[in-house]
Design a protein around this ligand. Sequence first.
Ligand code: NAD
Length: 441
Amino acid sequence: MATKKIAAKSVAASVTPVHALPSYLDSEHLGPWGIYLKQIDRVTPYLGSLARWVETLKRPKRALIVDVPIEMDNGTIAHFEGYRVQHNVSRGPGKGGVRFHQDVTLSEVMALAAWMSVKNAAVNVPYGGAKGGVRVDPRLLSRSELERLTRRYTSEIGIIIGPNKDIPAPDVNTNEQVMAWMMDTYSMNVGATASGVVTGKPVDIGGSLGRREATGRGVFTIATEAAAQIGLSVEGARVAVQGFGNVGGTAGKLFSEAGALVVAVQDHTGAVSNDKGLDVPKLLEHVAKTGGVAGFKGSESISTAEFWGCKCDILIPAALEGQLTKDNAGQVKAKMVIEGANGPTTPEADDILQDKGVLVVPDVIANAGGVTVSYFEWVQDFSSFFWSEDEINQRLIKIMKDAFAAVWQTAQQHKVSLRTATFIVACTRILHARELRGLYP
Ligand code: NAD
């Protein structure tokens, strides 16, 4: 008997416990994946009996690394590394963008895929989460090199993507044209036009009206809902926006149309302000003409530090990740931060803002308008029946409002931040689907 016990113990000690993560997936691993794992740890106590399934969120379902060799214009052969990660597909096919950037890594793509699982569940669209990327600086490629890169990458990940399997979309440095090449390559490989394989396509080949403005419109809708909860009227509110591209520019336009004062805007060219409110349509024209906000007439130039500390009610980071940090979060005077960008607030800054009583609406719900209209695009492609822009905007606004209401109610119920509340809502939906489907075999 005693011998049996010792034997069992030594076997157990020599076998990796089933819940242990491989070292490259554990929470000590720095970077976005480590942050994501900490967010999951924070939400686990609120998952009730579903916590039994939480390991499923701590590792990607599938991660593909591909070699992307292309012939350069000068006749040489260059190799790039590409990735497609499907984090979770319990609620439907994988969905998430493709990023072309020289700093893309597998662990970054894993985190971005995981956040897509959370985002898609938070707005209750029937998708899992996925993300892709190629480690390349696309500015160094000619247009034909970029096309060859896109087509070879698409072909390589073609074994795991598809309209019912995993649907890519644009992300950093990819656009409608890149989506058109991806759709065409996949279609050539399967021998039939498969417009639903990607979203964010040009309207003429199955793209959706309203997709381009969808993320900014979602940011504006969520901000309006959050403002109402804290008794702030958008009309007359003072708004500051970092990044005046697709997301920040659209949100800024909608705020100014609603009677808010956009008092400060910062982008990669500098920061401008006007205490009485910038003329947003003119600022958008200036950005389209000159490439940035710097030098805009009718504004004064301010420093980056002044931008973060400016007198405003609503602050919208809509540029890059890691912008609100422990160094500038203390200066923020806004009552609310609405995260238009993905991951703009570091965990330290998050804590500082919470201590100051600033309401932070997290990216996983605030910028989910883009994927929501991507979902509409996919539905329209399947039915080959296209909706008017009005219908799209109305459906988008309803989904965003319902999603925010569920998150707000959860935050009140558990007395947690909106970030944790969004994770509670989303992870509960994902793990409930996991439990209903059960394990195969
Ligand atoms: P964009 O390229 O249209 O605009 C980016 C903006 O950021 C530009 O105004 C640029 O000047 C500014 N910027 C770049 N570097 C900067 C710096 N160092 N300091 C300050 N500003 C800087 O991009 P976008 O589509 O508006 O995306 C912005 C953010 O929103 C990204 O984090 C993106 O992942 C996220 N996002 C976008 C969508 C979408 O549908 N476009 C959806 C979800 C999330």
